[in-house]
Design a protein around this ligand. Structure first.
Ligand SMILES: C[S@@+](CC[C@H](N)C(=O)[O-])C[C@H]1O[C@@H](n2cnc3c(N)ncnc32)[C@H](O)[C@@H]1O
Length: 201
């Protein structure tokens, strides 16, 4: 049976993709990914399918193609960290995961911080429980849950308003942004979305 490769493409800039992942993408006959990833990596002789949010359509496309071809699915960062991997595991068996550098790893690296003691959570399309003060947090954000709204939530949940927070967005791109401040200032400032927050470091 043909395989489905789920390939991490790193935080964004192609410098952050592993050589084995790039080789897999280059040799794919069928390539699935977000629009921006396809613009960056797809070649004209590859059959492509853009992930736009309709995940049922992605699953259907894979079902149609899998008898004829191997399939490569590109995901941002690392496949094991809040990606399509759980969905693909639920529907298909013949998977092979090729890791990538997560935006979370890159965020901790930018601050020269180890991440083995951090609690890693996602506000990307979900609201985590148990947000009480404690371990250093690494947080994925989206547009609704951004640097401003999450800082307010953490203060409401008992975090000291002076707790340090780093806001990192567009990591690896030329317009990468890193702001180090505290929860109160972040709660009173313009929101920054789709990035990483590191809290309590
Ligand atoms: C669906 S999650 C995917 C996470 C991905 N699997 C990883 O390991 O980075 C998407 C979220 O990852 C974060 N993200 C992805 N690329 C990023 C980047 N270049 N800079 C900052 N955050 C990024 C943002 O929080 C975004 O909302």
């Amino acid at each position: 049976m043909n395989k489905i490769y789920i390939v991490g493409i790193g935080a964004g800039d192609p410098d952050y993709i592993l050589p084995i992942a790039k080789r897999k993408i280059d040799s794919a006959r069928v390539l699935i990914g977000g629009r921006r990833s396809l613009e960056t990596f797809a070649k004209s002789d590859q059959k492509t399918f853009a992930i736009t949010g309709n995940l049922d359509a992605v699953l259907e496309f894979i079902r149609q193609e899998i008898d004829r071809n191997e399939i490569v699915v590109m995901v941002s960062g690392d496949p094991g960290f809040y990606s399509l991997l759980p969905l693909l595991r639920k529907h298909f068996e013949n998977l092979e995961t090729i890791p990538g550098i997560s935006s979370m790893q890159l965020a901790f690296a930018r601050l020269n911080l180890p991440w083995h003691d951090a609690r890693l959570i996602s506000f990307h399309g979900r609201t985590p429980k148990d947000l009480e003060p404690g371990k250093m947090l690494g947080i994925l954000t989206d547009s609704e849950y951004n640097s401003k709204t999450i800082s307010k939530i953490l203060i409401d949940r008992g975090w000291n308003s002076g707790t340090r927070i780093a806001i990192l967005s567009r990591l690896s791109y030329p317009d990468e942004l890193i702001i180090e401040t505290n929860l109160q200032t972040a709660a009173n400032s313009e929101p920054i979305s789709h990035g990483i927050l590191i809290v309590g470091y």
